[in-house]
Design a protein around this ligand. Sequence first.
Ligand code: KIV
Ligand code: NA
Length: 266
Amino acid sequence: MRRKSARFFEMKRRRAPIAVLTAYDAPTAKAEADAGVDAILVGDSVGVTMLGYASERAVTLADMRHHIGAVRRGAPDAVIIGDLPYLTYETPLEAVASSRLLIEAGADIVKFEGFRADLVEALAAESIEVCCHLGLEPQTHEQKRIKGRQAEDAARLVRDAIALDKAGMAMLVLELIPEEVAGRVTQSVHAPTIGIGAGRLTDGQVLVITDVLGFSEKNFRHNRRYEEFGRLVRAAAKAYVRDVHEKTFPGEDNIVHMDKDQLAGF
Ligand code: KIV
Ligand code: NA
């Protein structure tokens, strides 16, 4: 079977930017697929953006399966990348077992954080396509600060990426690193790189859909906020509550009546 990441390698070769968005539910996944997104990431960001957890670390394999399944049902033909949650890929055996659970739920490609070439090899040996994730690694880095600013850290990042590439990664997410570092990594690996807060020189971009929609109060420098969804939801809910309280909803156009002849015998 053709690898799901093959198209992204071709896009890298053609220098055609790859557009990735996160999604966590069926209708959003469908909207993104209709919009022509190249891949959908079901990130463990779901924990904070959708489930009200304080950290990505609270996300479980069951959570990921639940949301990957929803995204797959909403976007049957999309390429879906699924995050392996914190502490579910300690050993190669565990990484393979956890990945199988995500794939069974609907993921095409699994993603994990950190420099673990042993895991990439183990997964590749099982024909599981792997997306690596370097730079800011939210599962282990408590502080959401930019990584790879110092020349020494930047050089290590490039070295790590090259080793993961040799081990057989299919994609690489680069999070919150200087543009120059992301550019160097992108030139140094065969696999397509997807940046978030990593500048313009990666092979693609990924953003978190709730940030794009403006669901949260907080904005980030790396994000472009295309809508004010939080404000929209509040305004719609407020109008609905008002209409119910004032008895203007349901209106005549929202209801059904019995037929006259039936009503006579009722
Ligand atoms: O979980 C997530 O949404 C991610 C992206 C920020 C790359 O890993
Ligand atoms: Na993630």
